[in-house]
Design a protein around this ligand. Structure first.
Ligand SMILES: [Zn+2]
Length: 271
């Protein structure tokens, strides 16, 4: 039982912890004003429905046919969520889907935690620590609300809110489809990219995965031609690698596992 004098200290401690755990607001971002966390969830659900309804553009691997591949993805997701470093662990969907297209080296997310991974990026990576780094990076964009921030910057909060409310569905259907189609190429600000990288390191550090491997991924991908979409954001891969290494060192710099063999087994589950 807590004494009365301890309570203000505990409240202060909790407030500090929430501040530390929550993503910082970047200088060059537009703050979300009326767009709430539940709006992130609503918009993410709508985008996901749009993606499920468009197999031409998004040929998803069937979750029943590829049950083992999805179970493996869920294991990685659960390890990241168990780090306790995300703000919306219990609020967002954290639903992973694989898109069958080997020519696209990319992954993307919606607000509210729906994550899409192209088979192209799965095949381009060497080990599971790198892959977990990429997934954690996308989870960070959703958890830090970068995606809703960027979408409201492009489309405006009022328009996105009217989408969620479902006003005038026929007029808005095309817009929902256009927004969903643009998600894979959504241009985050440099500070969003740095922040997603450094949060990915924070999420992975308490897990078994080597949290520095996201940096290896950038080194490998620089050799690829043409440059993967995942690298096309403004900050240079060299700068991102430097900041990833700084984030890793600031947490103690202890390397985790790469899980090379496990990852080769996972790749065999992917057509
Ligand atoms: Zn990113």
């Amino acid at each position: 039982m807590k004494t009365t004098s301890e309570i203000p200290f505990i409240l202060f401690f909790c407030a500090v912890m929430i501040f530390i755990v929550s993503c910082s607001k970047s200088d060059d971002s537009i703050p979300l004003t009326v767009f709430s966390v539940s709006d992130d969830i609503g918009l993410g659900y709508q985008m996901d429905q749009e993606i499920l309804d468009n197999p031409q553009e998004y040929p998803l691997l069937d979750s029943i046919q590829y049950v083992a591949a999805y179970a493996h993805l869920d294991q990685i997701r659960n390890a990241v969520l168990a780090s306790g470093k995300l703000t919306y662990t219990n609020d967002f969907a954290w639903k992973f889907r694989i898109i069958r297209n080997d020519s696209v080296v990319n992954a993307f997310c919606t607000p509210g935690g729906y994550i899409y991974i192209y088979t192209g990026i799965i095949k381009a990576l060497n080990n599971e620590a790198q892959f977990a780094g990429v997934l954690a990076h996308e989870m960070a964009h959703a958890d830090c609300r970068h995606t809703s921030e960027q979408l409201t910057l492009v489309y405006g909060e009022t328009l996105l809110l009217s989408l969620i409310l479902g006003n005038n569905p026929s007029e808005l259907a095309e817009l929902v489809s256009a927004i969903a189609l643009g998600l894979g190429n959504l241009a985050y600000s440099p500070s969003h990219e740095y922040e997603a990288d450094s949060y990915a390191v924070k999420y992975l550090y308490p897990t078994q995965y080597d949290a520095a491997s996201l940096g290896d991924f950038f080194t490998i991908m620089q050799e690829e031609s043409p440059k993967p979409i995942f690298l096309s954001a403004h900050p240079s891969p060299e700068d991102r690698l430097t900041k990833i290494n700084e984030a890793f060192a600031s947490l103690g710099g202890v390397h985790g596992q790469l899980y090379f063999d496990t990852y080769q087994q996972f790749k065999k589950l992917i057509p």
